[in-house]
Design a protein around this ligand. Structure first.
Ligand code: 13P
Length: 342
């Protein structure tokens, strides 16, 4: 594969394909495994991820990139094949989460700034050697009364831009992820508030990327969709979410960005698919619009597997189905009928 940033970025958002976010930190994957009654050990975490990466039809047809956590990037499958090799053999690009988490923002109670810049240049050089060709960094913006502050938007945008320029120096495509939460501590906000906060966040982030001369053709944006908070009494239709999300992105995201890969953020699997498919029916989209889902690609597979060797095939069927539905959504042709047919 070409090593140019622009070509790697394009390969991450091929038509009908998207990104599997399997970069849960050790703490987060423990919660997922707890939910199915499986103890979180290096081996169970490996077994779970190996099941996903060996789902041949999904990986070949619908997954163009996989985001890994540090531990997974260094792990091998049961038969000794490095997990990175499994991913590459399927034709997908291996990637790595490089932020070290959202930490309290000094002076702004309840808000966070994402850390991980110190030493990042050296870590990226090692990740490159280990086979990663893209990276991910997630900034978190939380809506509540009088929140977000301008400070949290600016601090997170600055960190994202510093991260992105270090990635590009290292030959690694940055996924720039400024997430406006739909399921934060309050989350009673309506869809219009999500729109205005997301718009300001994206505009501030692209201004920061421009200040640091980040090459927009060699990056991928990973935003939230425009949705109401989970505790908002007025939820939105699929059409409204699609229309507002596309409008927000067209207002804030330069055409030079090759692809936008959404996070699922707490939407159900089917909601995340329906929203993406509806957006892809819009005419004249300047960028590829696809998925970079964690929970919305994995929830059914995790449950079907349940930590049992005899259920690996069932877990893989569930993952293949979800990946296929999202692959259809990435070209705007998913329907509820196809969902039911499976
Ligand atoms: P979700 O799709 O579960 O929100 O996870 C995507 C992700 O990578 C968040 O950083």
């Amino acid at each position: 594969m070409s090593e140019r940033l622009e070509d790697i970025a394009k390969a991450m958002v091929l038509p009908g394909q998207g990104i599997l976010a399997a970069d849960e930190s050790t703490g987060t994957i423990k919660k997922r495994l707890d939910s199915i009654g499986v103890e979180s050990t290096a081996d169970t975490r490996r077994d779970y991820r190996e099941m996903l990466f060996r789902t041949e039809d999904a990986m070949k047809n619908n997954i163009s990139g996989v985001i890994l956590y540090d531990e997974t990037l260094r792990q091998s499958a049961k038969d000794g094949t490095p997990l990175v090799e499994l991913i590459k053999q399927s034709g997908a690009v291996p990637g790595i989460k490089v932020d070290t988490g959202a930490k309290p923002l000094a002076g702004f109670d309840g808000e966070t700034v994402t850390e991980g810049l110190d030493g990042l240049r050296d870590r990226l050089a090692e990740y490159y050697e280990l086979g990663a060709r893209f990276a991910k960094w997630r900034g978190v913006i939380n809506i509540a009364e009088n929140r977000p502050s301008r400070a949290s938007i600016v601090a997170n945008a600055h960190a994202l831009a510093r991260y992105a320029s270090l990635c590009q120096e290292a030959g690694i495509v940055p996924i720039v992820e400024p997430e406006v939460l739909m399921d934060g501590p309050d989350s009673t906000h309506d869809i219009n508030r999500c729109f205005s906060v997301t718009l300001e966040t994206l505009q501030t982030t692209f201004a920061a990327l421009d200040d640091l001369d980040v090459n927009l053709e060699g990056m991928i944006l990973k935003p939230n969709m425009i949705v109401p908070g989970i505790n908002c009494p007025r939820q939105a239709s699929v059409e409204e979410v699609a229309e507002k999300t596309v409008l927000c992105l067209k207002t804030a995201v330069p055409k030079a960005v090759p692809g936008i890969a959404f996070l699922s953020g707490g939407q159900t699997e089917e909601q995340a698919t329906a929203h993406l498919s509806e957006m892809n029916k819009s005419p004249d989209l300047p960028w590829a619009l696809t998925f970079s889902y964690g929970r919305a690609l994995q929830a059914a597979a995790l449950k079907a597997w349940g930590g049992k060797t005899e259920n690996v095939a069932a877990g893989q069927r569930a993952f293949a189905h979800r990946a296929k539905m999202n692959g259809l959504a990435a070209i705007g042709t998913w329907t509820e009928t196809q969902e039911a047919a499976a």
